[in-house]
Design a protein. Structure first.
Length: 255
């Protein structure tokens, strides 16, 4: 709804965004007088991005003076902008932070931007970090970008890495990118996941796509596989039978 408050917020955003491009310190001072809320949070993100173009460290230092939600938004926006222009510098900055000072999203902001330029460097940097949910999420994003560009190089590198949640997340990304185009490869990669539950689910999705694309080859793999449990194979085939019956307009038997 285009309320007077939304109109004012849009006007503030435009004015402060313009000021931030040339004088981010002044824009930051003006933004501090705005009422708390989504509009102010958005403006703070704009200021952080603009400030980071000229002085990313100053932008992050300013972000550290903000309250929790705004600090996270401003820090990640500044880091993301920094990583677009100089990902190695941004990564070095994060490396210098104590674990407790590394907020959620930092690894992903740096790594995902870095991956658009040098995916292997971004992935190697991430793999050197301690295991965490943030690292795993970031690895998924990096491997997605890398797989879209060069699936062979991405898979070759990842499958050589130590087992763990981050590697599994990366393998999941590899598989998701290729489920439709190359389900056989997706199944082969997914079978390397170390977590049994995730492995069964991901391989199952890939097998379903493979059965649609190449039913003979996929069925042969199912008949000889040692990855999926017999119960899971049975569930996959039963669900496919039900799906085909629904598509054909057949009435399904009642349990």
């Amino acid at each position: 709804m285009n309320t007077p408050e939304n109109q004012r917020s849009g006007a503030y955003s435009g004015v402060l965004g313009t000021i931030a491009a040339t004088d981010p310190k002044r824009a930051a001072t003006l933004a501090s007088s705005l009422p708390e809320g989504d509009a102010r949070n958005e403006i703070i993100g704009q200021i952080a991005r603009a400030w980071s173009e000229s002085s990313p460290v100053e932008a992050i230092q300013w972000a550290s003076t903000l309250d929790d939600k705004e600090r996270k938004r401003a820090t990640n926006e500044a880091l993301g902008k920094w990583a677009q222009s100089n990902p190695e510098e941004a990564a070095s900055y994060v490396d210098q932070l104590a674990d407790g000072d590394q907020m959620g999203g930092m690894l992903d902001r740096v790594a995902s931007n870095w991956a658009r330029q040098e995916p292997q460097s971004a992935a190697a940097w991430l793999m050197g970090k301690a295991e965490s949910a943030d690292k795993a999420d970031a690895m998924g994003d990096v491997m997605w970008n890398w797989t879209v560009a060069d699936p062979e190089a991405a898979s070759t590198w990842l499958l050589k890495q130590p087992e763990g949640n981050s590697r599994d997340e990366g393998i999941g990304a590899l598989a998701r990118v290729t489920f439709d185009k190359d389900p056989e490869s997706a199944v082969t990669w997914a079978a390397n996941m170390s977590d049994e539950t995730r492995r069964q689910l991901s391989v199952g999705v890939g097998v379903n796509a493979w059965l649609d694309r190449e039913p003979v080859a996929a069925q042969e793999w199912l008949d000889n596989n040692d990855t999926l449990s017999p119960e899971w194979v049975g569930e996959i085939l039963a669900e496919r039978t039900k799906r085909k019956a629904r598509e054909a307009g057949e009435e399904l038997p009642k349990n």
